[in-house]
Design a protein around this ligand. Sequence first.
Ligand code: GLU
Length: 296
Amino acid sequence: MDYIGRFAPSPTGKLHFGSLLAALSSYLDAKKNNGKWFLRIEDIDKKREMKGASENIISTLETFGFEWDGRILYQSQRLEIYQSYLDDLLSLKLIYPCGCSRKEIADSGNPHGIEGAVYLGTCRNGQKKTEKNPSWRIRVDEKPIRYIDKIQGPQEQILSRDIGDFVLKRADNVFSYQLAVTIDDDDQGITNIVRGADLIDSTPRQIFIQNTLGLATPSYAHIPVATNIFGEKLSKQTLAQSLNVDNPTLHLWQAFKFLGQNVDPELTHSDLNTFWQFAIESWEINQVPKSRSMPC
Ligand code: GLU
């Protein structure tokens, strides 16, 4: 099967070291396998978007020498497609409207799962508060979801125990990350997903949606997440420094090393072309460590 990979940043901030790791690892794995690599801007949640972030991410990737295939996909232009999948799920009675607020769920006393209190399906048989615009949840079951992550090894979740029925469309009418990413990965024919381990808990929900809609499941590899000195994931909120576009090769070598790859010290002051040639040829996904406490 032909390899198709992707990088799917949310434009909530500029490209930083953490997002560079996801871009680089997905790119090298695609190139090493003579595959395609797509760029998708996950700009579905306009409230979280930072003005100018999409343009910054795209131009930084260009400066760093990334070359994507085809045109860039913008989630904000695909709302009708997400809605049509949601309508299919509704006609199959697999989703239902829910009037519970986040606070009500948090205060419900329900058992704690992976992301706080598990949603045990309060509105499954009728929405509690009809006057409120509902969110839409999918019914999950007790069947374990298992897959083998290429970096993190065997994974298993039981959605009814660990998460509960989860949201596909929020009460403010924004489609959830879980739904949009699953549909887009399928529509773009993605065969291999390489992304940050901060998303590993989401993968079973995406596999559940794939199974429900009869979509193929790609292979998954979750790279270690870069943290700051306080052990927090690098993000706009934790004030990750944006990358210095005047010195792309330095950042690329640092990221390559962080990913457990062998660096040739003689080449670390080389130009971009030398980096890419060396990195694509010598990339070994099996060398990526499961976790790393600090960026080097
Ligand atoms: N848009 C997500 C993020 O920036 C990543 C989505 C994915 O790779 O599945 O965190």
